[in-house]
Design a protein around this ligand. Structure first.
Ligand SMILES: [Mg+2]
Length: 411
């Protein structure tokens, strides 16, 4: 607990902010719980399998919050640009600060794109910070939790590309050795059968080959794991319909992004044409774009990315709207442990969460960036510690920073 609860009942009481080990953080003051101001915002970019932009928001209470923004050119610069709009503000007003940043950065493009990504990084840090200031886990700020642990699906790859047997072997390894019961494979990996990738058409032999990959993987781990397949917006409408129909018999978890993202009518037609569940949403921004997806009936499963889409509360709002359409969420995620844990808090706090993605199983130092365990046996147990419940290992972060970066200040 980071704060003496007496200060919440008596705004004039003294309180002592404490770190996760219970050590006093040297702050004893006569102040109410809302008497706190943002003093600075800093970023450090880590060279992971994606460039992870860690964001830290500092306060005059001696407590800082850590978040993460999805990768994107210019994200740290955009966060620098928004810092003057945050300094002096109360960090507990997360929703108002989100709208404040959207408004102040409207000229930078805060409807969609990297500006939303940059705001997301700050929004995650504010949830960590508010949780620490109030002494509650971040999920509590989102309305409490539906589940104590969140399922994680592992994004899988093979050195043999689209070879069906190699994919099946990797599925077996990830289930038996790494402990996951939920997987995803790419289905747009070149097979050597392509003659013209630009036309987005799938020839009959290509359809048969992709179906053979799906068959090999799903048959190998049947009853032990759910398996999704990702197409990364690659195919024409007719090819997507043929592919979705060809794999219906294999009970895939979902087929992701079979067609390009711009035309929602086509997306809805593909989704409505097959029993294979169709997922999309990772390159959509904010509630507004997910509202269009949902109202068009374009998806069976919506897949927002928390540190990209607008943050934790924005994803909560998407989940609420999706719930009205009886649509579940599978949270897209390519983040460090910070963004992954933020996604897990959201997934705990919404009824319609299927799982959170993990996209770094080839990186042996991913878990070392924080002191606490994150993914264990294919699950994230939601911590009861304040905020996101993580402590950065500053030495590990420093060892893996992007060249030229400097490590942000300790709180
Ligand atoms: Mg995807």
């Amino acid at each position: 607990m980071s704060r003496d609860y007496r200060s919440l009942r008596d705004p004039n009481a003294e309180y002592t902010a404490r770190d996760l080990s219970g050590e006093a953080m040297g702050v004893t003051a006569s102040r109410g719980p809302r008497d706190v101001e943002i003093t600075d915002v800093q970023t450090t970019m880590v060279d992971g399998n994606f460039p992870w932009t860690l964001v830290r928001v500092y306060t005059d209470a001696g407590v800082a919050g850590t978040g993460e923004a999805y990768w994107g050119a210019g994200v740290p610069e955009l966060i620098d640009r928004m810092t003057p709009f945050l300094v002096g503000e109360n960090p507990l007003d997360i929703d108002r600060l989100f709208e404040h940043l959207v408004q102040r950065l409207s000229g930078e493009g805060s409807v969609e794109g990297v500006t939303v990504t940059a705001i997301s990084g700050v929004e995650l840090a504010l949830h960590d910070l508010a949780g620490k200031l109030l002494g509650v886990p971040a999920y509590q700020l989102l309305g409490g939790k539906y589940r104590d642990e969140v399922r994680v699906y592992c994004d899988c790859h093979t050195e043999q590309g689209a070879d069906p047997a190699a994919c099946a072997d990797e599925a077996e390894r990830v289930v038996e050795e790494l402990g996951y019961d939920a997987l995803k494979f790419d289905l747009d990996v070149p097979s050597g059968l392509e003659t013209d990738r630009a036309n987005r058409h799938l020839r009959p032999g290509e359809i048969r080959h992709k179906a053979s990959v799906v068959e090999a993987v799903t048959e190998r781990v049947r009853d032990r794991a759910d398996v999704a397949f990702d197409c990364h917006w690659s195919y024409s409408a007719s090819a997507a319909k043929q592919l979705a129909a060809a794999i219906e018999e294999y009970d895939v978890w979902w087929l992701e992004d079979p067609v390009p993202p711009e035309n929602l009518q086509v997306q809805a037609a593909v989704t409505g044409d097959t029993l294979t569940p169709i997922a999309a949403g990772e390159n959509r921004y904010r509630l507004s774009e997910h509202r269009r997806l949902l109202e068009a009936g374009a998806v069976d499963i919506v897949a927002p990315d928390v540190p990209k889409v607008g943050g934790m509360r924005e994803t909560r709002k998407i989940a609420d709207l999706a719930h009205q359409h009886y649509v579940p969420l599978a949270l897209h995620n390519v983040a460090s442990p910070v963004g992954t844990m933020a996604s897990a808090h959201v997934a705990a706090a919404i009824p319609n969460a299927l799982a959170v993605e993990y996209h770094s199983y080839e990186l042996d130092w991913w878990a070392a960036l924080v002191e606490e365990p994150v993914i264990e046996d294919g699950r994230i147990t939601i911590p009861e510690r304040p905020g996101l419940g993580l402590t950065l290992d500053r030495d590990a972060v420093e060892a893996h920073m992007v060249a030229g970066e400097t490590l942000f200040d300790d709180a």
